[in-house]
Design a protein around this ligand. Sequence first.
Ligand code: SF4
Length: 467
Amino acid sequence: MNFSTESLVFDPQIIRRFDVNGPRYTSYPTADRFVEAFDSEAARLWLGKRNIGGISRPLSLYFHIPFCNTICYYCACNKIITKDHGRSAKYLKYLGRELALQSATLEGQDGAHEVIQLHWGGGTPTFLSHDEMRQLMAETKKHFKLLDGGEYSIEVDPRKVDAATVRLLGELGFNRMSVGVQDFDERVQAAINRVQSEAETFDVVKAARGSGFESISIDLIYGLPHQTVMGFNRTLERVLAMDPDRLSIYNYAHMPSLFKPQRRIAEEHLPSPDAKLQILALAIRKLTEAGYVFIGMDHFAKPDDELAVAQRQGRLHRNFQGYSTHADCDMLSFGISSISKVGPTYSQNVKTLDEYYDRLDAHLLPVFRGIELTADDILRRSIIQALMCHFELSIESIESAHLIDFNTYFAAELDDMKEMEAAGLLRIEPDWITVLPPGRMLVRVISMVFDRYLRADRERKRYSKVI
Ligand code: SF4
């Protein structure tokens, strides 16, 4: 199963030895560290002084559409299963209110309403009717200015979308699409309650190419019930025939105690850990042979896709949508459970519709928790970003940007990384830390070394054991 390419070495023994569950670091600190003391008023204050000092970078906007028609049993998202479209009509009305409220706090700031990136995620954004899609985009444009050349993306469920919907999305300005596939094997699809034909997926991809979409990404999942190496091989071949610009291969983590829908998946139908690794190995080999570049975590892109180009040029960034080319944008998010990033803060919206509507009825930002980053958080966030996006860290630039002596500040972390260094996952030099090809699949685990909150949890556990 071992194999290597220029940028990646796949070694199951190393993966088995070091891999542990951990965060995906779409933010640092991770959302579970947010506190309720950071509330709606704190979020409003930070929005109000977003471009203090006259620096106004264009924004990134995120809209969470939580509704889905049917439940996929593997789902771990915050969603609402319904066939009642009246529910989305009401939700859109309140999204409009939230847009107005957030936009009003930016008033008076030069260029503060300019947007370079926008994303509709879910749930299923394509749950919305054509009129609702038009309405949400019109409402957005009433408050914000979408700049030419921006990255405007949407998650698409091909089971709910035809060529006319894709054309409309193109007309509304979307130019990036991610298409959920997971697996084409019928037995797997039945076991996860997501039956989706190759033909409907192919039609969506074809319509997107004809509607001005510049980048199409396909999402797959490995580790699903009844998956086999042979079956997944066939899925990969069908997907590669669609020639996507990007591919994501996510790991299915079976945690039925945390995610109720997963109780419908029988454990005995899941592939063994060995079979899972074989499926992953196959996927990585096939994608790299087909010319895709490993970006990091679960993401692959064609060498000329902007993610791969940005990575080569050192401009890649990580945010709530995964990898992004728009470094350091403030992100304003709308809808239940969505997370905003403004200056040195994160804030998260309430998670239920009732709370969302109540807060907006009271003219309050519907924030229920957040965090103002400390200098230490900002320092560690930049280290985790560098490792996740570029597989290397310039110690000198961290020292000069954050005015620290790296070896003293991170003595314990450097010590903890010695085992990884001895195993060939990374190289520590006086000026650089480099994640080597065998460590790239494990960059999340390497980043975890720099997570102060995880370190504190471990210390607490160690301490309570001693007592
Ligand atoms: S996986 Fe996506 S489409 Fe399926 S239930 Fe969850 S949010 Fe909805």
